[in-house]
Design a protein around this ligand. Sequence first.
Ligand code: JD8
Length: 258
Amino acid sequence: MRVDIVTIFPEYLAPLELSLIGRARQSDVLDVTVHDLRAWTHDAHRTVDDSPYGGGPGMVMRPEPWGEVLDALRADREADPPRLIVPTPAGVPFSQRLARELAGEPRLLFACGRYEGIDERVVAYAASRMTVTEVSLGDYVLFGGEVAVLVVLEAVVRLLPGVLGNADSLVEESHAGGLLEAPLYTKPAQWRGYEVPEVLRSGDHGRIARWRREQALLRTAARRPDLLAALPADALDEDDRVLLAGTGLSPPGGDMAE
Ligand code: JD8
C-alpha cells in the first residue's frame, strides 16, 4: 500500500517510523511519504491560512497550496488515483469496518487540517478527481488531523497481508463478535494480594469459554450498552439472556427471560 500524508507539521508523523508500522515500511508492504504543505506555497512567508469569510474566530486553510499538492499527487502514477482521507470532526465516524475498507485500497492520501479547518472548496475539487472520505475519530475536539492519521493508519496497517499482528485480525473476525473482550491475566498467579480467577487456572476449557463469554457480556452491558443493542437477534442465546436479565442492563427490545 502506498500512503501520502500532507501536513504543516511533518514531525508530528515521526511515530510512523516506530514499531510494527516502521517494520511494515522497511519490508515492502507499506510505502509512506510525508509532505510539507508549505512546500506548495509561493510567497516569502509560506502562508497557508487566512481569515474566514463570514467572520468568526480563528483562521482557515487557504485552498491554493492544497490544490497544488493534490494535483501533484493525483498526477503521480495517474493510473491508480489515491483515495483521499480528510480527518475532521464533521466526518463519518471511523470504525473497524472503514479500516477494513481502507486496507483494500492500493493508495491512500491523507490531508491534515489545522486552525479551524480547510476551505470547503478543496474537498469539492478533490471529489471531482478522486474518492474523498471525511472521517472523524469521535466526538471530542483535537487541534488538527495529524493524530487522527496516526490512528487510522495504525488500524489499517495491521490489517495488511504480511504485517505482524495480522494473525490477530483473523481471530478478531471469528471471535470478538461485537462484544468487549474478557479480562486478561498472566503470571504470577498471586500478585500484591490479587489473584488470577480460579477458573482460568482450572484447565477446564468449557468452563473457561463460558466464564469469558459471561465477562464479555457483563462488561459490554455495563460499559457499552450501544454495542449490546446493535447485536443481531441471534447473537445471544438463552444463557446470555438470563445472565443479562440479572443485571438490569438488558439490551432494549430483547425478549428477555425473567
Ligand atoms: C482535523 C482542525 C481543529 C476543528 C475548531 C479548532 C478528527 N475527532 C476529531 N476531533 N477533532 C478532529 C479534528 C480537528 C481539527 C482538524 C480534525 C483540523 N481542527 C478545529 C473544528 C472546530 N477546531 C477530529 N478527525
